[in-house]
Design a protein around this ligand. Structure first.
Ligand SMILES: [Zn+2]
Length: 323
């Protein structure tokens, strides 16, 4: 095959040079690497649901291989038939599939040494009480303890929303109907153990609907909460200041804390690590955790880790709407 500049090279070498041009343009124009392709997109989103649903840099990172090659300096160095041939060997660094459709140019701005999703979730599934023996879990515990001194306080008199199925709430409803349930009726939840009531609140009516996975038949209470306490912030952030923030971002973005609920039964392995985080937070002196909604990509939730026995002492019912 005729080549513009590389006729003296073997075909193997020409393939390597083509790959170098491709990598150089990725680096030059995007300062980034390929996170996934069409074939492993679902796998990436499964491991990093927080990033996949909330990070604009990732959401806008998809590019068609043909478009990338058209814009690339590869056009200046190779003939079209060379490009057609060598591009068939460009592969996804994540799954090794040929890049023949859309691929995603994105890189997390952090790298936590001990973070290995597979080994942590294996331990969480097989022996959850031993989670602290995993180096990353131990790191999480230390980071959460350090974070408490500089943590923000839950704003006083803040407005939050809480939903229940309308069929379970009388009309008119009172604040007591939206209080944390009695211990005997508390199932294992995202941050709470069975029998440990916590108060889950959402930042908007839409988030309540998303969290309840229903669009109607819901009674949504607007509640003013006046409960100053330290909040552990597990929202995704672009600005990362040091190692501790990197660990927090692993929690905020990965399936460890952002996995969707898979069942209504007792087997909820996706909640093991979040309950571990809840324990760390309570132990460290946090009163609440703020986290992104798994069901509503714009939504914010807060969970009050140890709500007062007398709910009316810290909350006021403003209104109830049935939707
Ligand atoms: Zn891939």
């Amino acid at each position: 095959m005729v080549s513009k500049y590389f006729s003296d090279n073997t075909m193997e070498e020409r393939q390597e040079i083509f790959q170098e041009y491709f990598d150089r343009d990725l680096e030059r124009y995007f300062s980034s690497r390929i996170s996934c392709c069409e074939k492993c997109f679902d796998e990436f989103c499964g491991e990093w649901p927080g990033t996949a649903s909330r990070d604009d840099d990732f959401l806008t990172s998809g590019i068609e291989i043909s478009y990338f090659l058209e814009q690339s300096r590869i056009q200046e160095a190779f003939h079209p038939d060379e490009i057609a041939l060598f591009s068939k060997e460009l592969r996804c660094p994540n799954c090794d599939a040929v890049l023949d459709g859309v691929f995603y140019i994105f890189e997390h701005k952090f790298l936590v040494y001990d973070f290995n999703l597979g080994s942590i979730s294996d331990l969480a599934r097989t022996s959850p009480f031993l989670l602290l023996s995993h180096p990353f879990a131990a790191k999480v515990f230390e980071v959460i303890k350090r974070k408490v001194d500089t943590a923000e306080t839950l704003p006083g008199k803040a407005i939050w929303y809480r939903g229940r199925m309308a069929r379970d709430v009388p009309d008119p409803a009172t604040l007591a109907h939206f209080a944390p349930p009695p211990a005997a009726k508390v199932y294992e939840g995202r941050y709470n153990h069975a029998g440990h009531p916590m108060l889950y609140l959402a930042g908007s009516v839409d988030t309540v609907k998303g969290e309840m996975r229903a669009s109607e038949g819901i009674a949504v209470a607007e509640i003013e909460l006046d409960l100053p306490c330290r909040v552990l912030d597990l929202m995704i952030a672009d600005y990362i200041d040091g190692d501790d923030d990197e660990v927090i971002q692993c929690l905020a973005r990965s399936a460890l804390c952002m996995a969707p609920r898979k069942s209504d039964g007792w087997d909820r392995p996706e909640y093991v690590f979040t309950r571990f985080v809840g324990d760390c937070a309570r132990h460290a002196g946090f009163g609440a955790i703020r986290y992104g909604s798994v069901q509503d990509s714009q939504g914010v939730n807060v969970v009050v880790l140890k709500p007062p026995a007398d709910f009316s002492a810290c909350a006021r019912l403003i209104s109830v709407q049935v939707i």
